[in-house]
Write a protein that binds this ligand. Sequence first.
Ligand code: ATP
Length: 885
Amino acid sequence: MHYRKDVKQVFEELESKDSGISNQEAQKRLQQHGPNELEKAEGESPYQLVLRQLKNPLIFVLIIAAIITLLIGFYVDMVVILAVVVINTVIGFIQEYKADKAMQALMSLSAPKAYVTREGKNEKIESSQVVPGDVIELMAGNTVPADARVFDHKELEVDESMLTGESVPVAKNSEPIDDDSVPLGDQANMVFMGTVATQGRGRAVVVKTGKQTELGSISEKVGSTEKQQTPLQKRLFILTWIIGASSVGLALLAFLVGILQGREVVDMLLFSISMTVAVIPEGLPVAITVTMAIGLTRMAKRNAIVRKLMAVETLGSCNYICSDKTGTITENRMTVTKVFAKDRYFQFKGTGYEPEGEILQSGEKVGDNEDLKKLLLCGMLCNTANLFEEEGEWKIDGDPTEGALIVSARKYGLGVEQEEQFEFVDEIPFSSQRKYMSSVFNYQGKCFIMVKGSPEKILKFTGNGDNKKLAEKYTELADDGLRVLGFCMKELPQKCPENIDIEKESTTDMEFLGFQGIIDPPRESAIEAIRQAHRAGIRVVMITGDHKVTASAIARRINILEEGDLVISGSEIDKNGKEFLAKNVEKTTVYARVSPQHKIDIVEELQKKGKVVAVTGDGVNDAPALKRGNIGVAMGEVGTDVAREASEMVLSDDNFATIFQAVKVGRVIFDNIRKVSFFLIATGAGIAVTILGSLFFGLQLPFLATQVLWMNLVTNSFQHLALANEPGEKDIHLRKPRDPGENVINAEVLRRIIVIAVFIAIGSLYIFWQRIEAGFGIEYARSSALNTIVFFQFFHAWNSRSLNKSVFKIPFFSNPYLFLSLLAAILAQVAVLHLSFMQFVFRTTGLGLRSWAETVGIGLLIIVVMEIDKLIKNIMVKRRGGEVT
Ligand code: ATP
């Protein structure tokens, strides 16, 4: 019972200390205790995956077909049909298995990390690598990686509801509890795996990991790997069944008509089976999974990791991006450039975190200046970051804003020597809501209270709340796009009292020291991405905790704030209410000094106006807004576990440009699903209309069931999987966002499916009829019709590469898979017509050169038809004043 022991004893028992264990020891303990993981629930087993393949409507139809062929004594056909069932299941299984594995691997990229101290150094490691004895650091928003005993804490509060059901966060401390049966919820000096720090920070030493933890003991298996299906996938799956059911209905109807026409029952049975097989787009579900897996991999390569598949679909219709400023739009590489100390300005030279650079006043180098020194000292001491040099490069550990303040103090010559003279007593950490930080020190027998925060707060604490002159001073800094912090301090004549009320002391009668203006340059990539987002019909909104003037200056520089756009601050929303927000939400592109609640309100108002909103966030308090957004986007680098959990997508580089990249890939995924569907449904329908047409014209059956299977499952499988790899059209980012309610098969696609199906039917029936008339015999006629259809499919795959653009405008080799799939299809087709074994199985016969030429030539016409269709459509769009993309 670690909660009973005092901290020293716990450290001794675990052979650890507050600077942590060594890396070598950590490795040893990892071997001994195993990874810090709970047993994961099994994902879908390969066996379940195979079973799922069999749930395909086509398989039912095929099994019925196999039974019928058995009953009527067509044994070869039965074997072919069963072989197709097996092949289809195997191909589907392999594709889905690979796609599933790829997606799981991608999603695990956003697995939680832990902050540990080893050999005195702070490190961020995979939570699974944490071992007993590790010293962990807890910050608001992070999930506790293992069960641990707290030994250092500052306002640390932990939400333990997942273990105890208690929804109010529990305050933690490090005092031993002298009782031997304390329930979990009351063990105030312990933190437990899986719970979440909601406030403050603390350090703790790990006592138990993995299955030994409290969470491990209550939950046998966690981490549901429940198969996610997006609404689009569900809709398409239903579509496959609807098409399947209607094809059965149609086949039954054809069967009855045929019987009434006096045809043979056996013929009509084969006929009906062929029809059904032809129509069902059996490849569709697998093709969608594959398309999504390819898309997710592309996104991950561009640093966008999708956590919920749903996002893939929503991204394509996203028309609003609400983004944070600091770190997402800007680089979060802070440098103090201009300082106002007491009553005058100073310029700071130098860039980045290198503590070198002159300090100038009106162009002259500055010598000793007490006011400036006091201000810089306050910034350095009221600080939780560290500045260090690594491989010749200066880096910071902690908040970049605070890092910049250490650097500015170093430039003046303040350093560790001064720091060590101040004995730390206590602090109030910075939070976005509080907007200030306060630190208390003993120095030369006196008590010093140093505070830094937003200028508004600092002026309030110093009794300068309505001091227009000082307000003008910081506005001047903010006007240059600088992030401004104010500083103030207080000196008490004796050492700090034990029970000092820091909050009260920090907020009253403070001495004003000045402001520091920090530059945080906009990311180059964000500027370009914002330009492209605008062209793609996506509005970009900046939501920031920073000052209105700073935010506007930056937003203007990167074209988020343009002529006619509004800037609104959180206090204006509070003052004027939600109606004010609702009225202006579409005109506003910058929101400054906002609270997390404002962020939710903004997103909700936009959604009420029918917008599809992607919203970014990183803190604990951002979680509700991330959940509320159509796509929550968490920051991978600075984001908290809570924010990540609440999001659909994680940006591993925290970069705004990445969101836009993901939007583009989202559009490509939807486009490719549409292309594959167009290809599969149109060719399937083409075969069905051919068969129906033969019935209508009183011809013999143009294909046997096995031949339909051949073209439906062998030749075009290569092609639809290849189409899933389409790279995306060059100008996809110029299109307007898709209407979220729009179906894959919209009216336009449906119209084209009909055009293609009718054309395929005319072409293949003509060849079939012509060969019969010419006295070639039924097998030759069927083989010719089969070849025609296969080449229709072949060329229609090229048509499907773009729904609007001429196929000749798309680079021929930009999808090498398509090229290879066509080669494979041709080889397979030559084999089925000319190898005697295949001829026996599929009842085909070799074609002469002329027949080859004619069938391929007719197949080629499908490109002409589609090109004319695209041309007419594009002319009509242009006439209506639209843009062809
Ligand atoms: P964003 O929401 O885009 O990330 P932000 O980082 O500027 O914006 P906050 O971190 O909430 O938003 O900061 C709000 C204000 O608080 C800043 O404008 C600054 O004046 C002040 N501030 C920021 N960081 C600190 C800090 N570490 N200590 C004291 N004050 C700070």
